[in-house]
Structures are given as C-alpha cells and as structure tokens.
Design a binder for this molecule. Structure first.
Ligand SMILES: Nc1ncnc2c1ncn2[C@@H]1O[C@H](COP(=O)(O)OP(=O)(O)OP(=O)(O)O)[C@@H](O)[C@H]1O
Length: 258
C-alpha cells in the first residue's frame, strides 16, 4: 500500500466546476515528489486534499492506509512566505508546533528542555546556530525560510508539504536552500510533496515530477528523475539535467499554448 494514495480524486470548491479532476496517483513513504504546472492548475488544492484541509468531492484520498477525514497530524508545512510570528524568537517560532500538535502539546512543559534541544539541533543543521534568540525581523529572507523549514519539521512529520517555499528568494539563496532541504531529506527520509514553478528546483530535488494541466487540473505526465543521489549543484549545469529541464519546459509550454 502506498503512503499517499489518490484514487480518481476530484474537487469542486463551488458550482464553477472542478478545480482538480480525476487524479489517481501513489506516493511511496520517503519519496520526494514535485508538482509543476501553469498557475491556477490546482497544485495548492492537491496539497489541501493531501493534508485533509479540504475533502474531495469525488474519489478517495488515503494516507498511511487510512481515508483522510480531517487535518493530518503527521504533516508539516512551509509556504512561500515564512510566516514567522514577529513577537517570538527564532527558537520559539520553531517550537510552536510542539505547543500545538498532539501528542507533544500535553508534554510541552515537562519536556521543554528536550524539545529546545531538538530545535537547536535543527537550527544548527540549517546553518542558524547563533540566531536562536533573534526575532524574525532581524533575519534575512533566506534565514527566515530556513527557520520556517525547521518549524515544519520539529514535530518529526512523516509528510512534509512545501508550497513554493523558495519562490521569494534570490537565485543564490534558493540554491543554497535546495541543498539544505536535500541534506535534511537524505538524513531523515520523510515524504515530501513540493509545489513549485521552478523546473530546475523540481528536477534537482525530486524523485518524481508530476506535470499538471490547466484547470481543471489533471496529471498529464509523471516523470521519474533518475539522476544519481546525492545530487550536487554542479549536476544542474550538465547536459542530462539541462535536457531534462528543457523537456519539462517544452511540455508546460504546450499546455500554456493549448
Ligand atoms: N477556496 C477556494 N474557493 C473557490 N475556488 C478556489 C479556492 N481555492 C482555489 N480555488 C480555485 O481553484 C483553482 C486551483 O487553485 P490552486 O490555488 O490550487 O492553484 P495553483 O496551481 O496552486 O495556483 P498557483 O500556481 O497560481 O499558486 C483556481 O481556479 C482557484 O481560483
């Protein structure tokens, strides 16, 4: 049984028709998948269905062999904007899910020191050692996004949902954070669903790239990325990678002009 299983899933938000339509796919535990497609094709809708923030109007979504009936506790999320709380330090922002999510919230006071250790370890892994006591407005955009990824991972989710997490960053910072995410994933092997407009990002990070059609969003291509791991940034300047990205780009170009 796949970890995430979409069986002929559709969602109509209202009577304007399906936002996504007839999506059937399986994501294995530990797989890194990326979704690309034209604006408005339903990538974020897919995420909401996956994490139980919205129910399907057709078909069934199963995660970890259970039908998804409400918000999933085993997921963590990060978005284009880091959305850190400005009145909390970096460390306290990262700790936030442990104050909210079961089973941790009941143990938060008792295990606080241990949890602070988890947060410090994660912050060190993403290069934020020494910034624990700074407030978000004292951090650069890239640093805020690093902290936001730590916050998404602190409760050790099995499913990490990333909705264009690096879109607002400059090209250098973005590539640095690809490597941060690659290393976290190599070490912990959580399942990742990444929504992105950046085809290089999708091809560099993912095992599988799904291309979606215009609204109503359907999966029109599933592409396995067979580049060896661990992948180095230098790979992205070599011929096989460039050809792969060009093929994806051509495909999305066709959808846009259709
Ligand atoms: N809460 C909602 N109510 C009604 N319609 C919605 C709602 N959320 C999204 N939609 C519509 O569903 C479609 C898919 O939206 P979604 O945000 O999933 O697309 P997306 O691929 O993530 O877009 P983008 O790439 O621009 O972020 C769009 O036509 C959007 O207008």
């Amino acid at each position: 049984m796949a970890f995430v299983d979409f069986d002929r899933v559709s969602l109509a938000y209202d009577d304007s028709g399906n936002a996504i339509e007839d999506i059937t796919l399986k994501i294995e535990e530990g797989e890194f998948v990326a979704f690309v497609g034209p604006s408005g094709c339903g990538k974020s809708t897919f995420m909401k269905l996956c994490t139980g923030l919205h129910g399907p109007t057709g078909g069934q979504v199963r995660v970890d062999d259970e039908p998804v009936g409400g918000p999933l506790k085993i997921s963590g999320m990060a978005f284009q904007n880091a959305n850190l709380l400005p009145w909390r330090t970096t460390l306290d922002n990262v700790l936030l899910p442990l104050e909210i999510v079961k089973p941790y919230r009941h143990e938060f006071r008792r295990r606080r020191e241990e949890f602070v250790g988890w947060a410090r370890d994660l912050l060190r892994t993403v290069g934020l050692e020494g910034y624990e006591d700074q407030y978000p407005w004292q951090l650069s955009g890239g640093m805020q996004q690093r902290a936001s990824i730590c916050r998404a991972l602190i409760h050790r989710p099995r499913l990490l949902m990333l909705d264009e997490p690096f879109a607002a960053l400059d090209a250098f910072t973005r590539e640095e954070l690809w490597c941060v995410l690659r290393d976290l994933w190599e070490a912990q092997r959580f399942t990742v669903v990444l929504v992105t407009h950046d085809l290089r990002e999708a091809a560099f990070l993912a095992d599988t790239v799904y291309v979606m059609s215009r609204r109503p969003g359907r999966i029109i291509e599933r592409r396995q990325i067979d580049l060896p791991r661990p992948r180095e940034l230098a790979t992205t300047y070599e011929a096989p990678f460039i050809e792969l990205v060009q093929a994806l780009r051509a495909q999305i170009g066709e959808i846009r002009s259709a």
